[in-house]
Each structure stands twice: as structure tokens, then as C-alpha cells.
Design a protein around this ligand. Structure first.
Ligand SMILES: C[S@@+](CC[C@H](N)C(=O)[O-])C[C@H]1O[C@@H](n2cnc3c(N)ncnc32)[C@H](O)[C@@H]1O
Length: 230
């Protein structure tokens, strides 16, 4: 994946995601599903005081550790759904393209709420529900191989989708946009922004331009309500 080699700039959603991040200076940041640690290093380089990245994959973490020289960043092997941090331990929780791999999204939101300080920020991106509805995750092609349209079906049927993404039998969890939004709100957050990033206007690569024919990513920014008691 370009992201694996070139880092954050190679991600179509990064410009949008970055714009939704609050000021990182002196903040304690948790990154759920940190992968190679790109966002952790970005947070530290932009002034975060403490950065914790968690991921299920020891291989991803190994690579994150070897490419990280900053002592402020800690990586832990842990499933996102199993996090167990102290109340108010973080000022900002981020997650980039990982939460669609997690089944109990409501439980994760409640745990994020618990470990965030009041007025703390929760910013995350996922594959867009229009993208995850069908397991094939592929264009509908015409006889000459041209991309005719992006098929959408079973949108309201939430649950696992067995996909072949980079490797066979990857399970992603499809949820509707309404479920993402309402779960965040019901968990005690005030949503401040919902974005569906588009390719930058200067892009000429037709493969990338096709990403504007349907949303690929959903990015949600929210603030932990000050007085919510959950
Ligand atoms: C598409 S990668 C994104 C990595 C990184 N956030 C980024 O944007 O560069 C998804 C990451 O989520 C991790 N992941 C998937 N399911 C997970 C789970 N249940 N708990 C923790 N990490 C998980 C994977 O190991 C992988 O590193």
C-alpha cells in the first residue's frame, strides 16, 4: 500500500483527517489501530507530550517500533475492543482506518469516552459504509473492462463482511452511516464534523479520480461532552 511506503501523505483521507485534529501541543494522545505508527509520530512531531499507539498485529508494531526514535511514543499490543485505560488518561483519541475491523463499535466508543478527559477530542476515519456494504468491494465493469458503476446492496444489513483485501478472508464490519453517527452521540460525544474526503483537485491519476465517484472514507470528529456521565 502507498501508505506503507510513503506515509500519511499517500492517504486520500489524510488532508481531511489532519484538518480535524485539534492542537496537539502538550496533549496526551491515544492512537487505536496505529499500524506502522505514522499518526503517532505525527502527533509527537507536532508537540504531543505522550503518545500511545495500540494495535493487534505484532508485525505492525515491530515495524512501528523500528521506525520510531521518539521516547515519548509507546506501542502496546492490544485489541481496540479490549482497551482498559484509566479515566481521563488522554486528551485526544484518534483512529485511522481501523474501526471497521472491530465488531463492538458501541463498546469502543464507551471506552474512548471513559479514557478521554472532558472536552477531549475523538477523531476517527473508517472505510465508508457505501464501500463496505458489499464484500466484493469492487467496481462493476463493462465488457471492455471499464468501470461502469460502484454497486451498492445490503446497505442496511449490518455485520461482518468477508473480503479479500491485500490477503484472503479479511473480516470487516459493515455499519451504516447512521449507526456510526448515532453511536458516537449516544456514547456521550458531541459530533463536530462528518467528512467524506475527495481526491485533491490537482490529481490526474484516473484510478484516484474514480474515488470521487463514490465515497471511500468516512471521517468523524467529536468532543467528549463535559458533563456526560457514562
Ligand atoms: C488499514 S491499517 C491502518 C493503520 C494506521 N492507523 C494507518 O492509518 O496508517 C488497520 C490497522 O488496524 C489494526 N487492527 C485491525 N483490527 C484491530 C483490532 N481489533 N484491534 C487492534 N488493531 C486492529 C491492524 O493490525 C492494522 O494495523
Amino acid at each position: 500500500m502507498p501508505r506503507s511506503i510513503q506515509g500519511l501523505a499517500a492517504g486520500l483521507e489524510w488532508t481531511t483527517f489532519r484538518a480535524l485534529l485539534p492542537d496537539l501541543r502538550e496533549k496526551r494522545v491515544l492512537d487505536l489501530g496505529c499500524g506502522f505508527g505514522w499518526h503517532c509520530r505525527y502527533a509527537q512531531e507536532h508537540g504531543a507530550r505522550v503518545v500511545v499507539g495500540i494495535d493487534l498485529s505484532e508485525k505492525m508494531l515491530e515495524r512501528a517500533r523500528t521506525t520510531t526514535y521518539q521516547p515519548e511514543i509507546e506501542y502496546h499490543r492490544c485489541a481496540i475492543e479490549d482497551i482498559d485505560f484509566a479515566a481521563d488518561q488522554f486528551d485526544i483519541v484518534i483512529s485511522s482506518l481501523a474501526l471497521h475491523y472491530v465488531e463492538p463499535f458501541d463498546r469502543v466508543c464507551r471506552k474512548v469516552h471513559h479514557c478521554l478527559t472532558p472536552n477531549g477530542a475523538f477523531v476517527f476515519s473508517v472505510e465508508h459504509p457505501i464501500f463496505t456494504a458489499l464484500p466484493a468491494q469492487s467496481w462493476y465493469h463493462g465488457p471492455a473492462g471499464q468501470r461502469l458503476h460502484w454497486p451498492l446492496d445490503n446497505y442496511q444489513e449490518e455485520g461482518p463482511r468477508q473480503t479479500n483485501w491485500l490477503t484472503d478472508n479479511v473480516i470487516k464490519y459493515h455499519r451504516t452511516v447512521a449507526t456510526y453517527v448515532n453511536t458516537v452521540i449516544d456514547s456521550g460525544f458531541r459530533m463536530t464534523r462528518l467528512e467524506e474526503p475527495k481526491p485533491d483537485p490537482e490529481i490526474t491519476d484516473p484510478d484516484v479520480l474514480d474515488q470521487s465517484r463514490r465515497p471511500t472514507f468516512l471521517v468523524i470528529a467529536s468532543i467528549r461532552e463535559q458533563n456526560a456521565n457514562r
